[in-house]
Design a binder for this molecule. Structure first.
Ligand SMILES: Cc1cc2nc3c(=O)[nH]c(=O)nc-3n(C[C@H](O)[C@H](O)[C@H](O)COP(=O)(O)O)c2cc1C
Ligand code: SF4
Length: 545
């Protein structure tokens, strides 16, 4: 990362944002022109290499994707559903092959057959209907579970009443509720939110930022999309409380471009707060100032990693930063910054409404509260289920999901870096961080992608490694080179008689795990190793020992 570039980007503040402007320039033709890049470089006092380096990183800004008119989802759930080839074939009746691009993932894992056209997402729907401009219904999924905190509707009046009462309390009192609740981050790493807020609060700075990480890139996960679209006020409330406790006056929502509806709905909610004078200066005569800015991402999985995300907002190439310093010390524009996941922030609403102690009574000793779990279209009742931490996985699969529609051999839980759980392990797991870690898996964001009996495990691993190498930010050698080589090996063995040297492959996985700078390269060996352990009989034909 360049400290200098962060400072230059900050000169224009958040309102005139380089990354935003690059996105706007790209929206005309799918990529900014060289002229656009030069003009923006001049305006922001950076070199042409900086604007080019940034634009060429993102799916929706890179020159190769110029002219794409429609995008087909190639996330794991859509791939496993086997529906995407038909979508592509149908689209080819209307578009040239080079006008059809890919997006990963559209958050339509409950229906699959997903594609993006004219700024909107569709799934399980006939292509003809969409292209012919016929009315199409909203996607539907079940919302349920064994507890309802996050899924309980937060109306504007609930938001206003709770904001009023919260701002009447001291900052320390609010922080204390969050600490007592003992909520751990829902974005994957499980870091305690109260601890993060406190360390940011304790740093002296005239400017601080709260970032909502709404880059939900894990194929299989659409719970953040649900919260953004259906519970916007809870998410915004959580960000305001994070600002109140730490002294930050700006909340930035970094929302992925693959969720256009979420961007629009959250912007409408922010506009409503502005109209009702619940944003800006001296909110409800409390002395608290706060405002929001939405940054629309441009298609890069790694931007979900918090430091890459910060570089992205600054208009820099979104490579992962080394830590320390941590974002709470030097984050956005080098200022102390909180980055939290959508679900973590949304949970704050009930924590403040019911008290931290009530929240901490839910869950297990080390995993408190509730978790949203996303089920894909292989379940009889696909959808989003809110469960108390510690709920048996079996209950999620059978009672809430209604079991599988067809024979499934494994589930990838927790995104592409999550474990591959054979169905035989369902009885051994419960929805909490420790249970998954103890069994050698990862709860992550708790999305479930089913791998059907008919889907070759080798093809699944090839798909995973393809994703990993494509999305690598390139900052460190083990991941930049290792994911690429691993993908080449898996592909070659899958397509020919070539056998992978098992010792070399194990060595490569260990190098990725131990030598990578962030959890992207460090995490991808987990599902591969799980598959090699639990599906050895299916996979051994591809390896020489
Ligand atoms: C490759 C990679 C992708 C990630 N993607 C996301 C994401 O899409 N959303 C998210 O909240 N966290 C994601 N994270 C985790 C973030 O870096 C960070 O830990 C999180 O946003 C912190 O919020 P939390 O404490 O509320 O979980 C990702 C991490 C890695 C390594
Ligand atoms: S592990 Fe991969 S994604 Fe993470 S810093 Fe290294 S190259 Fe970038």
């Amino acid at each position: 990362m360049s400290k200098n570039l962060s400072d230059l980007s900050y000169r224009q503040g958040l309102k005139n944002n380089l990354f935003d402007k690059l996105g706007q320039a790209a929206s005309k033709e799918g990529a900014p022109s060289s002229k656009d890049l030069e003009v923006l470089a001049k305006e922001f006092l950076v070199g042409n290499a900086t604007t080019y380096g940034t634009a060429s990183f993102y799916d929706f800004m890179k020159p190769e994707n110029k002219g794409k008119k429609v995008y087909v989802c190639n996330g794991s759930a859509c791939i496993c559903s086997g529906k995407q080839n038909k979508v592509i074939d149908d689209l080819k009746h209307h578009f040239k092959a080079d006008e059809i691009g890919h997006m990963t993932c559209l958050g339509r894992c409950h229906e699959n057959g997903a594609f993006h056209y004219n700024g909107k997402n569709y799934s399980a729907i006939e292509v003809e209907k969409v292209i012919g401009n016929q009315p199409v219904e909203e996607d539907v999924y079940h919302v349920g579970g064994n507890v309802s905190l996050l899924t309980q509707n937060t109306a504007f009046n609930d938001f206003k009443a709770l904001l009023q009462s919260a701002l009447n309390k001291s900052k320390d009192a609010i922080l204390n509720e969050i600490k007592v609740a003992n909520i751990r981050g829902r974005g994957g790493a499980g870091f305690p939110m109260g601890f993060k807020l406190e360390s940011c609060k304790n740093i002296e700075s005239d400017t601080k930022f709260i970032i909502c990480n709404a880059d939900e890139g894990d194929p299989g996960a659409y719970s953040d999309r649900y919260l953004l679209e259906k519970q916007s006020y809870s998410v915004l409330f959580g960000m305001m409380m994070a600002g109140y406790t730490t002294g930050a006056e700006w909340g930035v929502l970094y929302i992925r471009a693959e969720y256009p509806e979420a961007v629009e709905i959250v912007q409408n909610a922010i506009n409503e707060l502005k109209t009702q004078h619940l944003l800006g200066e001296n909110i409800l005569a409390s002395g608290f100032n706060f405002d929001f800015k939405i940054i629309k991402a441009q298609g890069a999985y790694i931007c979900g990693e918090e430091t890459a995300l910060i570089n992205s907002i600054e208009g820099q190439r979104p490579e992962v930063r080394t830590r320390p310093p941590y974002p709470t010390q030097q984050g956005l524009f080098n200022k102390p910054t909180i980055v939290n996941n959508v679900e973590t922030l949304a949970a704050v609403f009930k924590i403040i409404q019911n008290g931290g102690e009530a929240y901490s009574k839910l869950g297990t000793e080390k995993s408190k509260g509730t978790k949203l779990v996303c089920l894909d279209s292989f379940f009889n009742k696909p959808g989003i289920y809110e469960v108390e931490m510690g709920t048996p996985l079996k209950a999620v699969v059978e009672d809430f999901g209604g079991g599988f529609k067809e024979s499934v051999k494994a589930m990838q839980i927790g995104g592409p870096l999550g474990g591959i759980v054979p169905v035989g392990k369902i009885d051994k797991l419960s929805i909490d961080f420790e249970s998954f870690a103890n069994e050698g898996f990862l709860l992550g964001h708790a999305s479930i992608v089913c791998i059907p009996e008919t889907f070759p495990m080798m093809s699944y691993l090839e798909h995973l490694m393809d994703f990993a190498q494509y999305e690598s930010c390139g900052k460190c050698f083990p991941c930049r080179l290792g994911t690429k080589r691993a993908h080449e090996l898996l592909k070659k063995a899958n397509e020919s008689d070539f056998k992978i040297d098992k010792h070399l492959f194990d060595d490569l996985m260990n190098t990725l795990q131990q030598g990578s700078l962030c959890a992207h390269g460090g995490g991808i060996p987990l599902p591969i190793k799980n598959a090699l352990t639990y599906f050895e009989s299916e996979l051994k034909q591809y390896f020489s020992h």
